[in-house]
Design a protein around this ligand. Structure first.
Ligand code: ADP
Ligand code: GLC
Length: 485
């Protein structure tokens, strides 16, 4: 196995900074890649949490003026991850969420903030750190999208580049004037480069200039080549489809292990699923739900955004209530959805429980204690909560899109597949189809043998990174070989 060195570039990395699944992937993949002969280091911005956790990191470079203020490049490690940190206080030393102000609006200088990250990635690609000269630069999402563009316009020998799309909806769009201040030539303002509806898009830069494009499931790789799923980039991706592939995400099976999970009330494995009942009782207590083993308890752990289809679940609440089911929802995001869920909980005490916020511990308890986990997304590049659900014996009820389609086997399709059924899928993504499937799940729940079979096939499903990391390793090697040829 030829050793491969890869510089990953990500704006969030679990367990240091996380707003969504991107962080989970960026945190777990480097560790899983070690077994495949890939040495990965991850470059991320020096947000306050990063600087606190990496206080002992080594300074590698220092600049008096990096994009308008002093900056440093640090190298250090945390929790098994080897990191480069771009410490530029005037860009990253800000409280709270990495992308938005405390009022929830995008930082006005996000273009410069993430151009700076990509610029240093390209420099490391050119050999800025002699101890780590990468064979491949792997950019995640729009925040890293300029890295392949800088490497292209630098016009020097360069490493191979990979761009991974975690979510087509976030495109990193900025005013064209930005080009003048981030060290790219004006020739990049062109429809075959960064230009996008009169402005620039960092995601487009990555899609245009990376040697390979990946996304996080095979079905999403197909969907984004349509005009609708491509959200503006369908044409570009159809043109580059030979370079595009879908590699499913895994989850960190150490963090998500019901046999050792410190966050749940009672630990369990496939042999003692009955302990789930005890977790269900605690979950019901925490969400102020009636204590009942008989009522199917549906869980949701999600960002509250249009993507996630949780407005459809609101419309399906009458089915949940009429059929004697309960709902425990943990999420945050759109103000309107938060308000509507809180109102539903107030109107249906004991039946609907809602916690608005971000709470990792509660997320683990929902996986361990709910009977089913609902993911009714309008689109879903991969989705991670349904993978955790498989591992915890909560039966996924998901829409037939993207990675949800690829990771769950519907109860009705097991006959025609060589895989055992693990859950329920509905389509089209409408409230009616969701309600009908909730009804189906309710009936299945009443048949203990059917339900147990679903749980056991879920628990037997490989949701780890082991094999999926191997697909990335093969992609890097293939890219290196094709560049040598
Ligand atoms: P996305 O990245 O689109 O939000 P994913 O399913 O890929 O969706 O990943 C979401 C991740 O964030 C999962 O690890 C999930 O458990 C976690 N998560 C989402 N919302 C919350 C929340 N309110 N509290 C705790 N964890 C959450
Ligand atoms: C995005 C997607 C989600 C995916 C995650 C990690 O946030 O919305 O489907 O699982 O990235 O790849």
């Amino acid at each position: 196995m030829t050793p491969v060195r890869v510089l990953a570039v990500a704006s969030e990395v679990y367990p240091i900074v996380k707003t969504g699944g991107l962080a989970d992937v960026a945190g777990a993949l480097p560790i899983a890649l070690k077994a495949h002969g890939v040495e990965m280091r991850t470059l991320m911005p020096g947000y306050p949490d990063v600087m606190r956790l990496l206080s002992g990191a080594d300074e590698i470079r220092r600049w008096p003026d990096y994009f308008g203020g002093p900056g440093r490049l640090l190298a250090g490690s945390h929790d098994g991850l080897d990191l480069f940190v771009l410490d530029v206080p005037h860009l990253y030393a800000r409280p709270g969420n990495p992308y938005v102000t405390t009022e929830g609006v995008d930082w006005p200088d996000n273009g410069v903030r993430f151009a700076a990250l990509s610029r240093i990635a390209a420099d490391i690609g050119h050999g800025l750190v002699p101890a780590f000269v990468p064979d491949v630069v792997h950019a995640h999402d729009w925040q890293a999208g300029l890295a392949p563009a800088y490497l292209h316009y630098d016009n020097r020998p360069r490493p191979g580049t990979v761009m991974t799309i975690h979510n087509m909806a976030y495109q990193g769009k900025f005013d064209r004037q930005l080009i003048g201040s981030i060290g790219l030539p004006w020739s990049s303002f062109n429809v075959d480069a960064l230009e996008y509806f009169g402005g620039v898009s960092f995601l487009k830069a990555g899609l245009q200039f990376a040697d390979r494009i990946t996304t996080v499931s095979p079905t999403y790789a197909q969907e984004i080549q349509s005009d609708e799923g491509g959200m503006g980039f369908g044409g570009l991706l159809r043109e580059r489809s030979g370079m595009l592939s879908g590699i499913l995400n895994g989850i960190d099976t150490e963090v998500w292990n019901p046999q050792t999970d410190p966050h749940i009330a009672y630990r369990f494995g496939a042999g003692d699923l009955t302990f789930r009942a005890a977790n269900k009782a605690v979950l019901q207590q925490q969400f102020n739900l009636d204590s009942s083993d008989e009522a199917p308890l549906l869980g949701v752990i999600s960002r509250l955004s249009w993507q996630k289809g949780l407005d459809l679940l609101l419309e399906a609440l009458p089915t949940i209530l009429n059929q004697g089911m309960q709902l425990a929802l943990l999420g945050s995001g759109d103000r309107d959805l938060q308000d509507r869920y809180q109102a539903a909980a107030r109107a249906n005490p004991g039946r609907i429980g809602v916690m608005i916020g971000y709470d990792e511990i509660l997320a683990h308890l929902i996986q361990a204690g709910s009977d089913a986990l609902i993911v009714p997304s309008r689109f879903e590049p991969c989705g991670l909560t349904q993978l955790c659900a498989l591992r915890y014996g909560a039966i996924p009820i998901v829409s037939r899109v993207g990675g949800l389609e690829d990771t769950i086997v519907d109860i009705g399709e097991a006959g025609s597949s060589d895989r055992e059924a693990t859950g329920f899928k509905f389509g089209p993504v409408t409230a009616d189809a969701l309600a009908a499937t909730l009804g189906k799940a309710n009936t299945a729940f009443r048949n203990k043998a059917t339900w147990r079979r679903l749980q056991l096939s879920g628990l037997a499903t490989d949701v780890s990174w082991r094999n999926r990391a191997g697909d990335y390793a093969a992609l890097y090697r293939d890219l290196m070989a094709s560049r040598r040829a």
